[in-house]
Design a protein around this ligand. Structure first.
Ligand SMILES: [Zn+2]
Length: 220
């Protein structure tokens, strides 16, 4: 190498190392919306982008969500990524994040299934000071009530991506589909609105849930 002695090279290397440390991305983005609004698709899209940019990426999901696959997170449109299933409580998440200490970008899917514990919120905020964290979560349960962990994390995030689905309610008189932006998740039992006292968590797909606008969200 012309014009560079080994000391200059050494300082160049130090500078490169310092720059890459400073360039390390951090912050918390929360992706929220009802079911079928594309939250998981958006989460996987963002994580894939970081992967392509050369970052180390890991995806976590609560062990309660066994839809499609136990090992992978799969979006409704078929995108998939290997995921680590964690116990949906503070110690489960803390242990997983400790194991992933060197990973630069963390995704957490289905945050609403984690226990309502402020320590989880504080942990995610703390971790996202050191690395880039993306969280995907349902905005509301089937009754239209917020999920505690999501409710606490959302206003504290650096960035929020709010997604809407399309209301699939069909008017019985006209036979026409509503088609308005949907912000609610309708739970159905044999095609009828679920009662308010039904269990809060029931894993299911299109057979038990529909995206609905506020006008057409019903509880029996
Ligand atoms: Zn509607």
């Amino acid at each position: 190498m012309v014009g560079k002695d080994k000391y200059t090279l050494f300082f160049d290397l130090l500078l490169v190392e310092k720059m890459s440390r400073e360039a390390r991305d951090f912050g918390l983005t929360v992706i929220v919306g009802p079911m079928f609004s594309g939250k998981t698709t958006e989460l996987l899209r963002l994580l894939t982008r970081y992967k392509m940019a050369g970052y180390t990426v890991a995806l976590l999901k609560p062990s309660i969500d066994k839809r499609y696959s136990e090992r992978e997170v799969v979006s409704h449109d078929g995108l998939k990524m290997e995921a680590l299933a964690v116990e949906p409580n503070y110690s489960g998440l803390e242990e997983a994040l400790r194991k992933l200490e060197d990973v630069e970008v963390i995704g957490i899917d289905e945050l609403q299934f984690f226990e309502p514990d402020m320590k989880i919120v504080e942990l995610i905020l703390r971790v996202s000071l050191e690395k880039r964290v993306f969280v995907a979560a349902l905005n509301l349960d089937f009754r239209g009530e917020p999920w505690e962990v999501v409710k606490e994390l959302l206003p504290r995030a650096d960035d929020v991506v709010s997604l809407q689905a399309v209301c699939t309610y069909v008017d019985p008189k006209t036979g026409k589909r509503c088609g308005a932006p949907a912000t609610r998740t309708q739970r159905l039992i044999d095609g009828k609105p679920a009662p308010r006292d039904a269990p809060r968590i029931l894993i299911g797909g299109r057979e038990s849930y529909e995206p609905r606008c506020r006008r057409h969200h019903e509880i029996s």
